[in-house]
Design a protein. Structure first.
Length: 142
């Protein structure tokens, strides 16, 4: 098996490469146009070989970077895209495909990335809920 690099990038999307008749270069990063409802839908074997591990890298609703293994075995929250890419290359040191969805998505497994971000994400969500409920109290106007 050839070595792959999680940090390589290719211009265009997977669907553009498929339309042009080109195969996905080995070990590249591509932005995937999602037509499937599942946010972690791995590209089909005609686009990406099942033998190549894949990681999804993108942002969540609060703007933090999310890295998640396509199989759902590992994932985390990060301050930067570079940290998320580093996480993917640490999980798969021999290399992996990196998929960058255009839409935002949430980490749906335990955060094994930066633990502070999980705390901040939870605190932010709590404050948003608290602010909504306090604005509905009698005598409070906004």
């Amino acid at each position: 098996m050839n070595a792959m690099n999680c940090h390589s990038e290719v211009s265009g999307t997977v669907s553009e490469l498929k339309r042009s008749g080109e195969s996905m270069p080995f070990g590249v990063t591509a932005e995937v146009e999602h037509s499937a409802p599942a946010p972690f839908q791995r590209p089909g074997p005609d686009v990406l070989s099942e033998a190549i591990p894949a990681f999804f890298i993108g942002r969540n609703q609060n703007g933090f970077w999310v890295a998640r293994d396509a199989g759902g075995k590992s994932g985390g929250l990060f301050w930067s895209r570079e940290a998320a890419l580093r996480f993917a290359s640490n999980v798969w040191p021999e290399g992996c495909a990196t998929i960058l969805p255009q839409e935002r998505f949430e980490l749906d497994i335990e955060n094994t990335g930066n633990p502070l971000i999980s705390w901040l994400d939870n605190a932010r969500n709590w404050l948003a809920r608290h602010d909504e409920s306090s604005s509905r109290l009698p005598g409070r106007s906004r």
